[in-house]
Design a protein around this ligand. Structure first.
Ligand SMILES: CC(C)(COP(=O)(O)OP(=O)(O)OC[C@H]1O[C@@H](n2cnc3c(N)ncnc32)[C@H](O)[C@@H]1OP(=O)(O)O)[C@@H](O)C(=O)NCCC(=O)NCCS
Length: 172
C-alpha cells in the first residue's frame, strides 16, 4: 500500500506524540529533553491550524508514520506583533517514525510543505533550523535548494553536549 499525505486531525495526535517523544529522547533534532503529552500537542495543533499553518501527516496502513509542519520563524515576535516583518518567514519541521526512515517519506513531506507554502501568497522565505550533527536533515533540505545561511556554535545544550545550530533557508 502506498503512503498518503493529508492534513492532520486530532485522531493523529497519539502517533504524533509517539514520534515526537522518540525524537526528543533519542536524537538531537529537538532541543528539549522533556517529553510531551497529548494535551501539549493538541494545543500546538490548535494554535497552528487556527493561524492557518499546515500540519501534514504521512499515512501508511492507517497509521501516521511521519509528520511535518511550518509555523512562525520566531514565535515570540509573532505572538506579540502580528504585523512584524518576520511574518513572511516560516520555519519547517519534519519528523519520521524511526521504522520508516530512508524510504522517501521525509522528502515527500518537505515537498508537500513547500507546495502548501506556495499556496499562501504572504509566505516569502522558508527556514529550517537544524542541529549541525543532523547531517541527514541538512542533506534533505539541501536537496530542495535550501542554503546554509548561518552556523551558530554551541547555541544548544542537550544530553550534556553543546550543539551547533545550522540555519538553512529557501526564498520562494
Ligand atoms: C531527517 C529525516 C526527516 C529524513 O527523513 P527520511 O524519510 O528518512 O528521508 P528520505 O528517505 O525522504 O531521504 C531524503 C534525503 O534526505 C537525506 N537523508 C535522509 N536520511 C539520511 C541519512 N541517514 N544520512 C544521510 N542523508 C540522509 C538524503 O539526502 C536523502 O536523499 P537520498 O535518499 O536520495 O540519498 C528523518 O531521518 C527524521 O525524522 N529524523 C529525526 C528527526 C529529524 O531529524 N527531523 C528533522 C528536523 S527539521
Amino acid at each position: 500500500m502506498s503512503t498518503v499525505i493529508r492534513n492532520a486531525t486530532t485522531d493523529d495526535l497519539q502517533y504524533i506524540v509517539a514520534i515526537y517523544n522518540d525524537i526528543i529522547k533519542n536524537t538531537f533534532a529537538v532541543w528539549s529533553e522533556k517529553t510531551v503529552d497529548i494535551d501539549n500537542r493538541r494545543v500546538w495543533m490548535e494554535n497552528r491550524q487556527e493561524a492557518g499553518y499546515p500540519i501534514l501527516v504521512a499515512i501508511l496502513n492507517s497509521e501516521v508514520i511521519g509528520y511535518g509542519s511550518f509555523g512562525p520563524f520566531s514565535s515570540s515576535i509573532h505572538d506579540t506583533f502580528t504585523n512584524h516583518g518576520l511574518r513572511h518567514t516560516v520555519e519547517l519541521t519534519v519528523h519520521i517514525d524511526r521504522n520508516h526512515r530512508r524510504k522517501g517519506i521525509g522528502r515527500a513531506l518537505v515537498q508537500a510543505l513547500i507546495d502548501e507554502a506556495k499556496k499562501q501568497p504572504n509566505i516569502h522565505v522558508l527556514v529550517a533550523g537544524i542541529a549541525a550533527v543532523n547531517t541527514a536533515s541538512i542533506s534533505l533540505f539541501e536537496s530542495f535548494g535550501f542554503k546554509i545561511v548561518a552556523k551558530m556554535p554551541e547555541t544548544g545544550l542537550k544530553h550534556g553536549k553543546w550543539l551547533d545550530d545550522v540555519l538553512m533557508q529557501k526564498i520562494l
